[in-house]
Design a protein around this ligand. Sequence first.
Ligand code: SF4
Ligand code: FES
Length: 372
Amino acid sequence: MSDETKPVPAATFKVTIDNITIDVAPGTTVLNAARQIGGDVTPPAMCYYSKLQGSGGKCRTCLVEVAAGSTADPRPMPKLVASCRTTVMDGMVVKNITSDKVKDARAGVVEFLLLNHPLDCPVCDQAGECHLQDLGYNHGKEGTRYEFKRRTFEKEDIGPYIQLHMTRCILCYRCTYVADQLTNKRSHGILDRGEHAEISTYISKAIDNDFSGNMIDVCPVGALTDKTFRFKNRVWFTKPMDAHRNCETPGCCGKTTLWLRGEEVFRVTARKDEWGEVQSYDGKPGWICNTCRFDKKKTTDWIVDGLTSINRHSVISQGKYPGLVMPKETITEVMGGRAPRLLMNIHDESEVNKPNVHLSELNGPADSTVFD
Ligand code: SF4
Ligand code: FES
């Protein structure tokens, strides 16, 4: 066949996901094609992170059914495939939420992920922004069939800024990719295999690199949390605001989200996109340095850009809807015109709301001994 008669490869591939057809560039994964459609069509992803090379293929939460492989070979794929690692073919037909097999398999994956994960959401700092919590609610089943003891680990101190709770880790490997690709000296990794696999620093070496805090942002669960924020507040009581500063650390974008309570900055994180990943600026991921994250805890350190928009389905958005119409107060009516008698304002009593007490600057969790 001469060069002129050879078929020209299509510039885009047509893929149909849950009955919605779009054109995507060749080489796009099924997951990223679904993200271009958005909404419920997008499979959840616990280990894939578009800004981290090599991520994906570990957790199996993104499984989808391929009902037709391509126009050239329309046979269905025999098994469910990981959408984060499967590239689209022209004419591929994919089923995500329209497949009962997928729903069943995903419920099984949630059950597996929760075999060893403690159900300690009420005391976990990640509650309210935990991807596993959302996955459990959206795709899991009630209860578990597991009857054995859950895995436990020796406690390990990995430095002054990051708290490691190995029991909550789902071994997604994202934090090791951050350490590999963002910092120049990875000092932690996954030790051992199978049941015994764990994140460790080998010699309990502190992770003191300038960009190590980004591991907290990529961790989908509460295995890596911010020690400077731990137990100081529930995330849904804080108000997220976008802010920036002219940071001079090379590689830091200086664009952050401040998590405020009143005028106090309780936590600083990178800004997240709709998939829970750090936002990109000019095609580059917006990672932030540890100075911005851990040392700049005053509003005066920042130029505030405005309210962070939060998905209305997130618990963080509770009570923060613009234009909210409050229901009519009926207590006085029910009590025959009498006003309810409030015995004590607990915040006045505990002095928690005293403006001179900066909770975010206390070294440990705020408790009764701090407010003596
Ligand atoms: S600590 Fe978090 S980010 Fe690291 S492997 Fe475990 S779950 Fe993933
Ligand atoms: S997101 Fe695809 S396997 Fe984890």
